[in-house]
Design a protein around this ligand. Structure first.
Ligand code: T46
Length: 133
């Protein structure tokens, strides 16, 4: 499977907690873009696509959400409920995000700039591409 949970080192002291995200260190690619998702309404599912070549790490900096990953053969469910957890999602992995808490802020680190042509948004096209590999 082209995904992995990453436990991020947290620097805790009497002032509070701090987590640092660094390209090529705890983040396994060069970070070119950061975006965040918040204010997701009850019952809404997002995602429903794979990326042809993008690498991403998803971190819930606040609140929680769940992520389904699907490589065309196996499906896995993950819960992101702590800022110390990052989910690395590699290329050609169908993913959906759901069960967002009201206070969820889902931050995503991406290996490239936004490019709609990198998305596979049709599930049957995704499966056809997987079968060719
Ligand atoms: C992903 C999951 C985890 C931009 O203009 N720039 C951007 O960098 C992004 C990410 C999106 N957009 C626009 C495209 C759409 O008009 O923002 C709108 C919402 O994007 P989308 O419907 O693709 O959002 P999600 O939550 O379904 O997916 C997003 C990312 O797009 C995607 O790459 O892997 O989060």
């Amino acid at each position: 499977m082209n995904q992995k949970m990453i436990k991020l080192k947290c620097h805790v002291n009497d002032k509070g907690s701090l987590i640092s995200l660094e390209s090529g260190k705890n983040i396994p690619f060069d970070i070119k873009r950061v975006y965040y998702i918040f204010g997701v309404k009850d019952e809404v599912r997002r995602g429903f696509h794979a990326h042809k070549s993008l690498d991403q790490v998803l971190v819930c900096t606040s609140g929680s959400c769940k992520v389904l990953t699907d490589d065309g053969r196996n499906k896995e469910n993950y819960e992101l409920n702590s800022p110390v957890l990052g989910l690395h999602i590699g290329a050609m992995l169908w993913h959906e995000m759901f069960d967002f808490s009201q206070d969820c802020v889902l931050m995503v680190l991406a290996s490239d700039f936004y490019d709609e042509s990198d998305y596979v948004r049709d599930y049957s096209e995704f499966i056809a591409k997987i079968k060719k590999t």
